[in-house]
Design a protein around this ligand. Structure first.
Ligand code: DGJ
Length: 703
């Protein structure tokens, strides 16, 4: 037997196992079961190179003559710096294959585990390296996956973000040579989300063969996209290790994080595969089981200025608007008057809450809302009782200075006494009060993260997972939101433990449109926290209408984060409409098939969610800037059953806007228009180009 196959609904992967190291020799549209595969085997030897073929395999190695980026690098002292593994075992089932390979000279064993989800076509792969020798092996790089791309993968879509500008996208030609993107900030990162998409030139939401990759890891990582001079293209993803961080003693193993990869036609199909995969295999069950409640968050309303009467007044107004969960953000614990002090001392501040949190929580519960609390367990301010008692509990590297970020240091979670302290603090709060939700924040990057002199980035991430898992096991009903100064920690591994993501500290709806668009490539709407912020954005100073802010926030898990005492009657009416529309449609929006619309006007962004039975759909279309010259108002509304008739009408806004030069609505906006799914997708429909920073939500219902 020289080939093994993994098949999903739309994809086939074929592995040639008749080689010393197996190679993925086909990864594309699903092949018929009886497809002869012999054509995949032949590897020509190019002129003027080695005398044997050196193709890209699942473990490209220098010792076999691979001149590109190797999947493994390390050494024993000065030796065994180059590898030559041989396949020693292969365990295949319908959807999974485990390859075992050994390098007898270097005394190493590798186990590559691959499984292809039959429904979505998402491949999950990781690698375990074991030192079978009798001295230490210093590991420098071990790719979780090294996967091939077809030669016509001519473009890359990469993430390039920053705080309040997360999930920005950058498209570029596939590099000649290697593009290496390292993240050494100790968390998933705002700037270098560990995901990339490669595809045929000009691929877009609808067209072009695309290959997506992601590393499920909340720490340092590396991504390599490489084209070699002899025509191979590969993507590697793995954990970025610091010097000396991973020294394997005899008999010890290193297990890489999981890499995820998926092939699709167009970006919409790719996103849909990720979304379904996350829903089925990664996200905690609670996300799909419970409708995502409308949240109120106190941060941009009161910041650190917590006064019981004010908070109660905000809760009253929130309940009146239809809010279902009230989240008390930063500022509630001992000594926390600003961001310079208090982190680590996880008990209510007696000045602000003389009777503890109970009066506020009871008030919130009496109003019919559940209560959530902000915490930042991994951090400590030097100005805190915890640090004064245990200055040795932080990650540090003597004699280097302990540099602070947002006035804080990072606790060394791999020390059992530190994780025990944090667990006890969180467990105490959750046991004492009916707190159903934690916003778990993390507000600084790691630097010189040392533990007893050694680099401790890897152990910190595992200890974090251990701590979150412990809290979740003790309090299974408590939901967790992952936040790291906004979207600094969003990846498939943290999402095994999180019900919601805070994608950005920017509540500026114009910025949010772009952030949410980038986020949607990998993540589904129901976990994307989207808040209606203040009229004048606190991060940009830009004033935007409540209508636009509300429509923008309807794309995800809706929340409000503004001072509700400042709303006038018209604002209240508008917010009630937004919240009512959310409640009426959240089931559809959070379980349906998401797609991005592809308006010709680059100043427009749009999305749609089609119900699983394709009986109804909601489409959102947003004009970000003044329409570009020559822009067409026509938008293709995809995803419906071609032969089915639908009535399509405006869902929101209910009242027309207040523009100086009002744009006439489509004549059908109010009463609706009947069209087939095919016509809506292929011919599209003209939706007037509106004012900058405005939007419209349409609803299609099968008739
Ligand atoms: C950063 C978060 O992203 C904000 O939403 C807020 O919770 C602050 N931290 C609180 O310090």
């Amino acid at each position: 037997m020289s080939f093994l196959r993994l098949d999903s609904l739309h994809t086939t992967m074929v592995f040639d196992v008749n080689r010393a190291v197996p190679a993925c020799c086909y990864w594309g549209p699903r092949l018929a079961a009886d497809t002869p595969l012999a054509a995949l085997q032949w590897q020509p030897v190019p002129p003027a190179v080695l005398d044997h073929p050196v193709g890209l395999n699942l473990l490209p190695e220098t010792g076999r003559g691979w001149w590109g980026w190797p999947a493994l690098s390390g050494c024993r002292g000065r030796f065994h710096w180059s590898n030559r593994f041989e396949l020693s075992g292969c365990d295949a089932s319908t959807n999974a294959i485990v390859f075992t390979l050994a390098d007898a000279a270097a005394k190493l064993e590798i186990r590559l585990a691959l499984d292809l989800d039959p429904d979505t076509g998402v491949l999950r792969q990781n690698c375990r390296l074991t030192n079978t020798g009798d001295d230490d092996y210093h590991l420098h790089w071990c790719a979780a996956a090294a996967l091939p791309l077809p030669p016509d993968s001519d473009e890359l879509l990469l993430y390039e973000g920053a705080w309040t500008k997360e999930f920005g996208l950058r498209r570029q030609p596939f590099p000649s040579g290697a593009l290496v993107r390292d993240n050494c900030r100790g968390r998933t990162s705002h700037s270098r989300f560990p995901g990339v998409i490669a595809g045929q030139a000009g691929f877009d939401d609808r067209y072009g063969s695309v290959y997506g990759f992601h590393l499920g890891w909340s720490g340092n990582h590396r991504l390599v996209a490489e084209a070699t001079s002899d025509g191979w293209r590969q993507v590697q993803l793995g954990e970025l290790l610091m010097p000396g961080e991973m020294i394997l003693a005899p008999g010890r193993s290193y297990t890489s994080p999981c890499a995820y990869a998926c092939r699709a036609e167009g970006l919409n199909q790719l996103s849909q595969a990720w979304h379904r995969f996350l829903r089925k295999h990664i996200l905690p069950a609670g996300v799909s089981r419970h409708p995502r409640p409308v949240q109120y968050n106190t941060w941009e309303a009161v910041y650190f200025d917590h006064r019981l009467q004010d908070l109660m007044a905000l809760a009253d107004r929130a309940a009146d608007l239809g809010v279902e969960r009230f989240v008390l953000d930063d500022g509630w614990f001992k000594g926390r008057r600003d961001d310079t002090r208090g982190l680590g001392d996880w008990e209510p501040d007696s000045g602000k809450f003389p009777d503890g949190l109970e009066p506020l929580i009871s008030h919130v519960n009496r109003l019919g809302m559940s209560f959530g609390l902000w915490v930042e367990p991994e951090m400590v301010n030097p100005d805190s009782d915890l640090y004064r008692c245990h200055p040795d509990w932080v990650l540090h590297l003597d004699p280097l200075p302990r540099d602070t970020g947002r006035h804080q240091l990072v606790l060394d979670l791999a020390r059992p006494e530190v994780s025990d302290y944090l667990f006890a603090a969180l467990d105490g709060l959750l046991t004492a009060h009916p707190i159903t939700y934690l916003k778990w924040d993390m507000n600084r990057d790691l630097t010189t993260a040392g533990h007893e002199g050694r680099a401790a980035y890897h152990s910190q991430v595992h200890a974090l997972y251990g701590l979150v898992d412990r809290v979740r096991a003790a309090h299974p009903a408590v939901e967790i939101e992952t936040c790291a100064s906004g979207g600094g920690r969003v990846d498939f591994e943290i999402l095994r433990r999180a019900n919601r993501v805070w994608p950005s500290d920017s509540n500026d709806a114009l910025e949010r449109q772009v952030i949410q668009h980038g986020f949607s490539l990998f993540f589904p709407p129901e976990i994307m926290g989207c808040h209606v912020g203040p009229a004048v954005s606190h991060t940009t100073g830009r004033r935007l209408s409540l209508e636009f802010r509300g429509l923008t926030a309807l794309a995800g898990h809706l929340g409000l984060e503004l001072d509700l005492r400042e709303l006038d009657a018209a604002d209240v009416r508008m917010l009630k409409q937004i919240i009512a529309a959310y409640k009426d449609h959240r089931n559809l929006l959070h379980t349906g098939t998401f797609l991005r619309l592809n308006p010709s006007d680059k100043e427009r962004l749009g999305w749609g969610v089609v119900g699983t039975d394709q009986r109804e759909a909601v489409y959102g279309l947003f004009q970000l800037q003044t329409a570009a010259p020559g822009a067409s108002p026509v938008v293709n509304l995809m995803g419906l059953i071609p032969g089915q008739r639908y009535r399509i009408a405006r869902l929101l806004p209910i009242e027309s806007g207040t523009a100086m030069f009002p744009i006439p609505e489509a004549p059908w906006a109010e009463e609706g228009l009947v069209a087939t799914g095919q016509l809506l997708a292929e011919a599209g429909i003209a939706i007037p180009l509106r004012d900058p920073a405005s939007g419209v939500l349409l609803k299609a219902v099968a008739v």
